[in-house]
Design a protein around this ligand. Structure first.
Ligand SMILES: [Zn+2]
Ligand SMILES: [Zn+2]
Length: 121
């Protein structure tokens, strides 16, 4: 799977029951909603659908690496200023996580959990 932003091949990182794709160039992450929800629930958070946030269709999003359609930007509470992007077609989630340690799945998972903890406010 190629990064929709850099067109570099993304790295597939696989854990026991969670896998995701990461771009080494821009630190973008692509994850399936099922895997993301597993991760959120395990860390005491709500599933993504219950997380709130609102679509901002004015914002430019990347294209889905899976389906090539434009993703939709979902913004969290005003205080966090955080966002994620989601695919209306496959449900995949795109996140920018420059703070995560490259290629270390534990570190990336921790950064995702932190992102959504602040996202919901
Ligand atoms: Zn990239
Ligand atoms: Zn898609």
């Amino acid at each position: 799977m190629d990064c929709p932003r850099c067109t570099d091949e993304m790295n597939l990182l696989e854990g026991e029951d969670i896998s995701l794709q990461r771009c080494a160039e821009c630190s973008g992450i692509f994850i399936d909603p099922g895997d993301l929800n597993r991760l959120l629930l395990r860390n005491g958070l709500l599933v993504l659908d219950r997380m709130g946030g609102r679509a901002n269709i004015e914002e430019i999003a990347v294209a889905c690496p899976e389906c090539s359609v434009d993703l939709t930007v979902i913004e969290g509470n005003d205080k966090s200023g955080l966002r994620y992007e989601t695919c209306e077609s496959c449900g995949g989630i795109w996140l920018d996580l420059p703070e995560a340690d490259a290629d270390d799945l534990d570190s990336i998972e921790a950064a995702i959990v932190e992102h959504f903890r602040e996202f919901k406010g």
